[in-house]
Design a protein around this ligand. Structure first.
Ligand code: ADP
Ligand code: ASP
Ligand code: MG
Length: 412
């Protein structure tokens, strides 16, 4: 008998039928004697619908009011799920983030959890009740509703599991685990039995949205046993582990992540003198634009090109800032491209293998794909390429690094 924190994502509670199916599943766990704290997302599409309503009124709505708005989606699903449990004779109670309470900082739309009060949940568990908590939301020290960023219900699940010292945090979703790459893009993607926190963190931050980055960070920091599973079918899912030491021979690459939300900007012909990088990136960061990769060429004629990438939504804002900065610096001009994508190979096995990056570049060259930017760390290599080549690149790398499922039939 164990205490599980189970999180069910948007598709898993996307209709009344799906909510009833989750209730059936929970009933089985209760019959096995397990204690359950269940975190649910809003019904799929609901958070986007709410954001759409706001945008019809204001382009940049007040973040506090945004949080009041978008947190409503999860309030619907907690109540419906408790009704479905009640119908099955299972005693359950629903709680919003502020009722639990999940205390956060005051950074609306991307708040961080500071503390969780567990006493109320413990009382319910002791009384034999299933505790159903709204994902994605919390409350700040002044009683304002906050939300944790898109995909934030994963983080609610992990944080509750850490606070309650649960035996496992189980993230139920619409795929049956973490795959070598997004199975909706590459048919031959293979489910991983295990992946390390370190690799999962890279995969999540490089674009694999199967888990929110903060959820993985949290799970790693508090050593929460974490598993990704399907709510649609039974199976072992994928365990996120601290160290995969049992593996006799580790694959060099565990997975391929990609991100379409990128854009790049170049300030051309800037004087190659101290302080230029700071004069270019200072105003960018002052405007709250996050910079991802940065490339600066070696100067040939006392000038250099300075290129960096940003989120595609920030492209126009960043370009306008650069036009001003370029004029101030006496640069030749500004060029931009918002049709780029980033593809990354990730694996702890890279540490002990040489030549991984060149194997990646070879595979892309064979497909005639031009690499525009490169960045590396100990366990990943990322490249920026034209968005139109994204799927081709991911497929080529997937087979180059022997990740294809054995039974998969090549499409090409
Ligand atoms: P939920 O609504 O349950 O939170 P998400 O849509 O946030 O579900 O995450 C699940 C989706 O993540 C899958 O449908 C899949 O398309 C996508 N995904 C991206 N990369 C991967 C990966 N490496 N392994 C599994 N799923 C992935
Ligand atoms: N409903 C929120 C979102 O769509 C949170 C979540 O699903 O995790 O981002
Ligand atoms: Mg999600």
């Amino acid at each position: 008998m164990a205490l599980y924190v189970q999180k069910y994502g948007g598709t898993s509670v996307g209709s009344v039928e799906r909510i009833e199916a989750v209730a059936d599943k929970l009933k089985t766990f209760r019959e096995q004697g397990h204690d359950l704290v269940v975190v649910v997302s809003a019904m799929s599409g609901e958070t986007n619908r709410l954001i759409g309503l706001a945008s019809q009124i204001q382009a940049q709505p007040n973040p506090r009011e945004m949080d009041v708005l978008v947190s409503t989606g999860e309030q619907v699903t907690i109540a419906l799920l408790c009704m479905a449990l009640d119908k099955r004779g299972i005693s359950a109670r629903s709680y919003t983030g502020s009722q639990v309470k999940i205390l956060t900082d005051s950074v609306h739309t991307k708040a961080r959890i500071r503390d969780i009060e567990v006493s109320r949940m413990r009382e319910d568990l002791e009384a034999g009740r299933v505790v159903v908590v709204a994902g994605f939301q919390g409350v700040d020290g002044h009683g304002n509703i906050t939300t944790l960023g898109r995909g934030g219900s994963d983080t609610t699940g992990v944080a509750l599991a850490a606070a309650l010292k649960a035996d496992e945090c189980q993230i139920y979703t619409d795929v049956d685990g973490v795959y070598t790459t997004d199975p909706r893009v590459v048919d031959s993607a293979r489910r991983l039995d295990k992946i390390t926190f370190e690799e999962m963190l890279e995969m999540a931050s490089l674009g694999s949205k199967v888990l929110q980055i903060r959820a993985v960070e949290f799970a790693g920091k508090y050593k929460v046993p974490l598993r990704v599973l399907s709510s649609f079918e039974d199976g072992p899912g994928t365990l996120i582990t601290i160290e995969d030491d049992e593996a006799v021979e580790k694959p060099v690459i565990s997975g391929i992540a990609f991100n379409r939300d990128e854009a790049k900007l170049t300030v051309q012909g800037v004087p190659d003198i101290p302080g230029v990088a700071s004069r270019i990136l200072g105003p960018i960061s002052a405007a709250n634009v996050e910079v991802d990769m940065i490339v600066q060429n070696v100067a040939a004629d006392q000038t250099t090109d300075f290129t960096f990438s940003v989120h595609r939504n920030d492209f126009d804002k960043a370009e306008a800032i650069l036009q001003r900065v370029a004029a101030e610096l006496g640069a030749r001009g500004v060029a931009g491209d918002n049709k780029i994508a980033k593809v990354s190979i990730v694996g702890v096995g890279m540490r002990s293998h040489a030549g991984v990056a060149s194997k990646m570049f070879d595979a892309l060259a064979k497909e005639g794909i031009n690499i525009q930017m490169i960045s590396t760390s100990e366990i990943k290599v990322s490249v920026v390429l034209a968005e139109k080549y994204l799927e081709l690149a991911v497929r080529a790398l997937h087979s180059e690094f022997d990740l294809d499922a054995p039974e998969a039939v090549s499409e090409s």
